[in-house]
Design a protein around this ligand. Structure first.
Ligand SMILES: [Zn+2]
Ligand SMILES: [Zn+2]
Length: 346
């Protein structure tokens, strides 16, 4: 089969590799869609803070949807032809963390296409343990299916802020996770959701999805504008999805006393000159977002119900053959790039 393989940072190749065969408990799926993520780019560029934990060579692609092609012995509940999405990581299922239900902290965890790498979905086929698969409901498209992972991460970043009905919410960043979190905050009953970014196209798209206010931080003063919208005390909940250390710092000052901020981005560089007292005086709780644990099902249910359609964030498409080039070009002409989707025949 054809697969895009990373051999090292800046060394990405389209090649023929053996098509995987399912072992007991595994499924092999034909990939229909696979998203290109900022994390994939930071591995490609070598800037990812976890780059030393990536096992090369490997196939990237942790956001994918497809069709079960074959199943190994002992697989129950999935059969060839089933439409599915895959989890972002493969756990051992037996260690202390796994048995505590926190398999995202599994000592043997192999993340799909990233840390301690399990081969991902930038290929015609992907092998996964059946226990890490989710059925894609009828009526949910492969496009939305491949967006479940970033949307689930957005949902966890919202849930961890403990948002209440009527709260005001500030989302920093107009990437897929930021836009998803903002949309979900509206669905969850926020009275006002403000999103910030640097590109008008992405901010305008957010407004068409029902987000209340958009701030272009290259033109508008962030603090003043936010306070004019929600009051001098600041916002109840902040989701930091921009990856900017400056916005991280500014977010703390914009969170109301007793408020919560979740952090869902990778920053790739340490934060210098951080005033810890701003947390103490501001009574701000910071919650890191360790992925998307437990959030695939609720996202799939919202998509199935018709309440959540994220397909409009797919702004660009390419084939598997074009994926390496699309990745290399990801940061150029990116005024309108939100999600680039690799589309395969399925
Ligand atoms: Zn991602
Ligand atoms: Zn484990």
């Amino acid at each position: 089969m054809r697969a895009v393989r990373f051999y090292a940072p800046k060394d990405v190749r389209l090649m023929d590799v053996p098509t995987p065969e399912p072992r007991p408990g595994d499924v092999v799926c034909r990939v229909a869609r696979a998203g290109i993520c900022g994390t994939d780019y930071s591995i490609y560029s070598g800037e990812a803070s976890f780059i030393g934990m990536v096992r090369f060579p490997m196939t990237p692609g942790h956001e994918w949807s497809g069709i079960v092609e074959s199943v190994g012995s002992d697989v129950k509940g999935l059969q060839p032809g089933d439409r599915v999405v895959g989890d972002t990581a493969v756990s051992c299922g037996m260690c202390y963390e796994c048995l505590m239900g926190q398999y995202n902290h599994c000592k043997e965890l192999r993340a799909v296409g990233t840390v301690l790498t399990w081969d991902g979905g930038w290929a015609e086929y992907i092998l996964m343990p059946a226990r890490h698969m989710f059925r894609l409901p009828d009526g949910v498209s492969f496009d939305n299916g491949a967006l479940v992972e970033p949307v689930a991460t957005g949902l966890l970043s919202l849930m961890l802020t403990d948002m209440q009905i009527g709260d005001t919410v500030l989302v920093q960043g107009t990437g897929p996770i930021g836009i998803a979190a903002a949309k979900l905050a509206k669905l969850h009953g926020a009275s006002k959701v403000i999103i910030t970014g640097r590109k008008d196209y992405k901010l305008d798209l957010s407004l068409t999805m029902g987000i209340d206010n958009a701030i272009n931080v290259t033109r508008e003063p962030l603090g003043e504008t936010v306070r004019a919208l929600v009051g001098a005390h600041g916002v109840d909940r902040v989701i930091e999805a921009s990856g900017s250390t400056e916005l991280f710092k500014e977010s703390i000052g914009l969170t109301r006393p007793g408020g919560v901020m979740s952090v869902v981005a990778f920053y790739d560089k340490p934060l210098a000159e951080f005033n810890i007292d701003s947390l103490v005086f501001g009574d701000v709780t910071i919650k890191p977002v360790p992925g998307s644990l437990g959030m695939f099902k609720p996202v799939l249910r919202l998509m199935e119900s018709g309440m959540l359609d994220m397909s409009s964030i797919i702004t660009h498409r390419c084939t598997l053959e074009q994926a390496a080039e699309a990745l290399k070009e990801m940061k150029t002409n990116n005024d309108t790039k939100i999600k680039i989707m690799i589309e395969m025949e399925a």
